[in-house]
Structures are given as structure tokens and as C-alpha cells.
Unconditional design. Structure first.
Length: 55
């Protein structure tokens, strides 16, 4: 009950295509990539500034 199978991923992809349209997908993917990078950078900064970090 934790992982998605091929069928579920296919259904999600079809719904995303219907909602956003094919022309919007590259912009959506780019924005998701930017958000993921900013999130990782924020986590790295948070770990660096953590006063309880022994390193």
C-alpha cells in the first residue's frame, strides 16, 4: 500500500495532461525542478546553521 504501480502512474500522467495541457508541461517541470533545488538548498543551509549539529 505504499508504492505506485505503472497503472497508477499512467492515470496520474493522463490527469496531469488533461489539467495542464501538453504545452504547459515543460514549464511545470522546470518550476518543479527549481522548487526541488531551492528546498534542498534550504535544508542544507538549515543543517549548516543548526547549533545542535556536532560537526
Amino acid at each position: 500500500m505504499g508504492s505506485l504501480g505503472t497503472g497508477e502512474l499512467g492515470i496520474i500522467l493522463v490527469i496531469v495532461l488533461l489539467v495542464f495541457g501538453g504545452s504547459q508541461l515543460p514549464k511545470l517541470a522546470k518550476n518543479l525542478g527549481k522548487a526541488q533545488k531551492e528546498f534542498k538548498d534550504g535544508l542544507a543551509d538549515g543543517m549548516k546553521d543548526d547549533p545542535e549539529d556536532p560537526s
